[in-house]
Design a protein around this ligand. Structure first.
Ligand code: BTN
Length: 241
């Protein structure tokens, strides 16, 4: 279903909201815009994911949004919490958060967040799979959508509904202090503590059990020899998945 851009703009008067029916990536379009500007797309032909991956961006099936923000501590964790809150408000579905900011339903990825620095700004990219009924074979085992998890045919919220909840949720979470972001993330994420994980790092994989976040929001992984490793970036997966 196409975005109802008239409704979205009407809900946020005075805010710059650029809309593209089709674009390569909202990240590129947002670079250089003023703080607070929002770029939305109906589809992306070159959607960008974390770690240099592509983001599958089927037409009319998802939320594809970039927002220009001021750089802030724990921004990626705050955005994950905001997206989780928006999905809960719009759909009643409660996502897990896989550190640092994958949105998970039934142990599959339903959304993701990408933060890029540009000209003293942080460009926050948020992708949420809403209406997809299938995914390309290379991601089919790892990806899901709200529709696939919904289980009740009528009443699935639209991407417009999610965005109407998302923009205020981002403003709310960006105003929270770092200590509460860390606490809320730890409460919302089954990955933050006590979870057996494998972490892919440039110099090989680490296996261990998560042991909370440090004050900078990095993930602590306790290896079986009792030593702790701080994970700064990299793909965290539940062990055995
Ligand atoms: C991830 O790998 O989990 C991050 C995915 C981020 C996807 C969003 S969709 C809107 C914005 N534009 C992009 O090209 N990427 C982000």
């Amino acid at each position: 279903m196409p975005l109802d851009i008239v409704r979205i703009r009407a809900a946020f008067p005075g805010r710059r909201i650029d809309y593209y029916r089709s674009i390569d990536s909202t990240m590129r379009a947002a670079a250089g815009l003023e703080t607070g500007a929002v770029v939305l797309a109906g589809e992306q032909t070159a959607g960008q994911g974390r770690l240099g991956r592509a983001w599958h961006s089927e037409a009319g099936a998802g939320v594809y949004c970039s927002i220009v923000l001021k750089p802030a501590p724990l921004l990626t964790l705050a955005l994950g919490l905001a997206a989780r809150s928006a999905i809960l408000d719009a759909s009643g579905l409660t996502c897990d958060l896989r550190w640092p900011n994958d949105l998970m339903l039934a142990d599959k990825k339903v959304g993701g967040i990408l933060v890029q620095a540009a000209d003293g700004h942080a460009i926050a990219g948020i992708g949420i799979n809403v209406d997809q009924t299938a995914f390309p074979p290379e991601i089919a085992s790892e990806a899901t959508s709200l529709r696939l998890q919904w289980g009740r045919p009528p009443g699935l919220p639209s991407s417009t509904d999610i965005l109407l909840a998302l923009l205020p949720a981002i403003d709310r979470f960006l105003h929270r202090d770092p200590a509460s972001i860390l606490r809320l993330f730890a409460e919302a994420s089954s990955y933050a503590s006590g979870r057996r994980v494998t972490v892919r790092q440039p110099d090989g994989a680490i296996e261990g059990t998560t042991a909370g976040l440090d004050l900078s929001g990095f993930l602590i992984v306790r290896k079986d020899d009792g030593t702790d490793t701080l994970v700064l970036a990299g793909g965290v997966r539940a062990s055995g998945s």
